[in-house]
Design a binder for this molecule. Structure first.
Ligand SMILES: Nc1ncnc2c1ncn2[C@@H]1O[C@H](COP(=O)(O)OP(=O)(O)O)[C@@H](O)[C@H]1O
Ligand SMILES: [Mg+2]
Length: 337
């Protein structure tokens, strides 16, 4: 059966005065119905632009999807017209953003924000939509939802506001929810609770979920599969279990070795200890392997050879540069692909 979402060679660039920023540089992956996917990588590697491209929400200009396809239930959203996109955003795919305070309207009650979407997209009347809104709040773990529904966003804590955002995302029965750093602004205990809630809801309702984060440790617990991004490209993808057990790309190992633990305060983005150098400037990228300047083992060929994703074990793909393997027996890719 076809996948729910199939992203094929998606390429999104920004055309700025300083030059072309290759924010998303040919990424391909698929999401099955009900599956939970984690997309991981440091700030600036193209996670958000990749997600916004799916929904066609990248500001244009300066951004433009210059290539690829986003097949949602077989339909290419890159080619869809505005009306069709509004439809999909209202019914097929929902997004949850990092900062709920900016996505919730401060002058409307939480209930009104929920009932408004329900009336608009689900054709419910006032009574039906209120009942549904209360049950949605209950579903996301808001206690006393019958009374809390009439509160304003500022009367909720940060974690509770994020729960409200999830309720809003669920209100149109989407097939896919994309959550972009949904927990980054929250303290670590609440982060875990929110991710667990989303995982449970996904299992219960059969909604597929893409969780974007810079914290591999947190997401690997809740995702079925992890996609690791670096400099606008996918460098490794495998099941969460496999990524934990057998990370093959040096960048993935670096992320794992420096994963801030759940009990540590990682609200500040930690520049990962095991990964030396800085993330490449996507506007002025050298040719060849994007990871060359940070790789513990790089060769002259790294400047000329563009790595490709190779399936080294079943469903385990890694960005692989034949040169290091064949000529030098690179320690990162010791086996024959
Ligand atoms: N409006 C924009 N104009 C120019 N460059 C942009 C714009 N938005 C994002 N970028 C660039 O795209 C790259 C990817 O950004 P983003 O997807 O937001 O990273 P992430 O979500 O992984 O932190 C970054 O290098 C960023 O500077
Ligand atoms: Mg982002």
């Amino acid at each position: 059966m076809a996948s729910l979402l199939e992203v094929k060679n998606l390429t999104t660039h920004f055309f700025t005065q300083e030059g072309v920023v290759r924010a998303v540089d040919g990424i391909s992956y698929s999401v099955e119905e009900g599956e939970v996917i984690g997309i991981v990588g440091e700030s600036g590697c193209g996670k958000s632009v990749g997600a916004m491209s799916i929904m066609r929400l990248v500001a244009s200009p300066p951004g433009r999807i210059v290539g690829g396809e986003v097949l949602f239930e077989g339909e290419d959203l890159v080619q869809a017209n505005d009306e069709r996109l509004r439809d999909i955003r209202g019914n097929g795919i929902s997004m949850v953003f990092q900062e709920p305070m900016t996505s919730l309207n401060p002058v409307l009650t939480v209930g009104r924000q929920l009932t408004e979407t329900l009336e608009l997209h689900m054709n419910m009347d006032k009574r039906e939509s209120r009942i549904k809104a209360i049950s949605l709040l209950e579903m996301v773990g808001i206690p006393d939802s019958e009374t809390r529904i009439d509160d304003y966003p500022h009367q909720f804590s940060g974690g509770m506001r994020q729960r409200v955002m999830i309720a809003m995302a669920l209100s149109c029965d989407p097939k896919l929810i994309i959550a972009d750093e949904p927990t980054t602004a929250l303290d670590v205990t609440i982060q875990a609770q929110i991710l667990e809630l989303m995982q449970n809801l996904s299992r219960k309702l059969g909604t597929a979920l893409i969780v974007i984060t810079h914290n591999l440790g947190v997401v690997a617990r809740y995702a079925d599969r992890v996609i690791v991004m670096y400099a606008g490209k996918i460098v490794e993808t495998a099941s969460s279990v496999e990524i934990y057990k057998n990370p093959l790309h040096p960048y993935t190992s670096g992320l794992l070795n420096s994963v801030p633990r759940l009990d540590a305060d990682d609200n500040e983005r930690v520049r990962l200890e095991a990964i030396e150098g800085s993330p490449p400037n996507l506007g002025n990228r050298p040719g060849g392997c994007g990871f060359q300047s940070n790789c513990p083992q790089s060769f002259p060929e790294c400047e000329s050879t563009e790595p490709i994703l190779v399936e080294v074990e079943k469903d385990h793909w890694v960005s692989y540069c034949g040169h290091c393997h064949e000529s030098y027996g690179c320690k990162w890719f010791p086996r024959d692909p």
